[in-house]
Design a protein around this ligand. Sequence first.
Ligand SMILES: Nc1nc2c(c(=O)[nH]1)N[C@H]1C(S)=C(S)[C@@H](COP(=O)(O)OP(=O)(O)OC[C@H]3O[C@@H](n4cnc5c(N)ncnc54)[C@H](O)[C@@H]3O)O[C@H]1N2
Ligand code: MOO
Length: 413
Amino acid sequence: MTCATLAKGLLDLEVARARMIAAAEPIRGEEFVALDQAVGRVLSRHLVARLDMPSIDNSAMDGYALCLAELGERGLPVVLRVPAGAAVSALPEGGCARIFTGAPVPTGADCVIPQERVTLDGEGRMHVSGEAKPGANIRRRGEEYRAGDALLPSGATLNPAALAMLASQGIAEVPVLPRLTVALISTGDELIEPGEPCLAGQVYNSNRVMLRALLEQQGCEVLDLGIIGDTAEALHEAFVVTRDSADLVICTGGVSVGEEDHVRPVLEALGGLVFHGVAIKPGKPVAFGFLDDGSPEGVPLIALPGNPVASLVGWQLLARPFVQGRQGRAVGPLQQFNVRAGFSRRGNHGRRELLRVVLDWQGGLPVAFLAGGQGSHMLRAASQAHGYLMMAADTDVEEGHEYPYLPAGQFVD
Ligand SMILES: Nc1nc2c(c(=O)[nH]1)N[C@H]1C(S)=C(S)[C@@H](COP(=O)(O)OP(=O)(O)OC[C@H]3O[C@@H](n4cnc5c(N)ncnc54)[C@H](O)[C@@H]3O)O[C@H]1N2
Ligand code: MOO
C-alpha cells in the first residue's frame, strides 16, 4: 500500500512499527537466575558449550555392541554388560557386549546391532540377521557440537527446549537481562472492575485483565495503577508516578480526539509525542512518546485506544514489538501468507483493516471466514479468531480471492 492512499494524518503501519522498534532501547543490567526460573527470560550474554555433545560415544539402541570385523558365521559370545551410566569399558577381543540406549560404547566396538535383529543360541552366542554397517547406532562424541561452540546468542529468549539444552550441559544458572517493569493505566470515568455492580452507562474494565495477561505472557512485571479518571490532572499525576518507577508506561483509552481525551495533551505537556494515529482499523488512535524531556532518554509511553479490540491490535502490532526490543529481544517482521477468503465485504477507506477470521481447513486448504462481529468493541470474535485477514486500504474482500493472513500465534512466544 502506498502512503498516498492513507487517511490524512495517519502513519503507515510499517512506518509506525519501524519507528517504535528503532526507539526500543534494550534494558541494561544482568542477573543470574536458576534454570527452573528462567523460562521466557532473555539471555544477557552469548553462551558457549562446556562439554562436547554427546560427551561420549554412546549407543542409540538397546542391543549388542561389537567389532564388525570379528563377526563371523559362528556369531560372538556375549562377554560384557553395559547399562547407561556405566564407565567406559574395553570390549574383550572376540566377544560382544550387551548394551542399552545411552550407555557408553566400549572401546574396540564399532557398531551396535538392535536387539530385534539378534538371536542368542544355547551357548550364549549372539547371531545377527541382516546387514550391519560400521558406526551404525553409535551417537558419536561431539557429533552435535563441541565444547567452546556457540549455543545461544545474547538476546535469545529461553524457551523450554533451550532450558533443556542448557541443563544437558550441566548449567544450573543463566545470566539474563532484568525483567521490564511496565506500568499499566486504564483511563475512563465509565470504567468499573468485574465483580462490582454495574450501573447504567458503566463499562466493565476489560482492557486491564487483557493487557496484564499479555504483558505477563511477555515476561514483564506489571505495575498496575488500576483505573484513572478522565481528567488531565489525574492523568498527569499518574504519569509522573509511573515515569519514576517503570521502564515503560502503557495506558488505554482517552487517546482519541474528544474533549474527554486527555492522553495526548498530557503527554505533550510532560514530554514528547513521537506519533499519534496509525492507518489501521482497529487501532487508529495509538500514540507513542516519551515522558520527561521528550528524548529517547525519557520513559516511553504507549497509549492504546479504549475500544478493546483496538487495544488488542495496537498491542500486537505496535506495543509488543517495542516491548520485545526493550527486553533485548530481536524483533522479526510480521509473519503472513496468502489465504483465500470465504466471504465478501466492503473495504475500509484510508486504513488497513485487520479482519478477525477463523480458518476452515476442510479440503486441505485454508479458507478464511469472519470470526463474528468486526466492531472494535466486539471481543467475542477477537477471542475466537485464528488470525487476521489484513486488507489494504480501500480494498474490498471478494469471496474466493486470496489476501494476506497474519496468524495470531505469532503474537505469543
Ligand atoms: N470524532 C472521532 N471520534 C473517534 C475517533 C475519531 O477519529 N474521531 N476515533 C475512534 C476510534 S478509531 C477509536 S478506537 C476510539 C478510541 O477512543 P479512545 O482511545 O479515546 O477511547 P475512549 O473514548 O476512552 O473509549 C472508547 C470506547 O472504549 C471503551 N473503553 C475504554 N477503556 C476501556 C476498558 N479499559 N475496558 C473496556 N472498555 C473500555 C469506552 O467505554 C468506549 O466505549 O475513538 C473513536 N472515536
Ligand atoms: O481503532 Mo478504532 O475503530 O479503529 O477501534
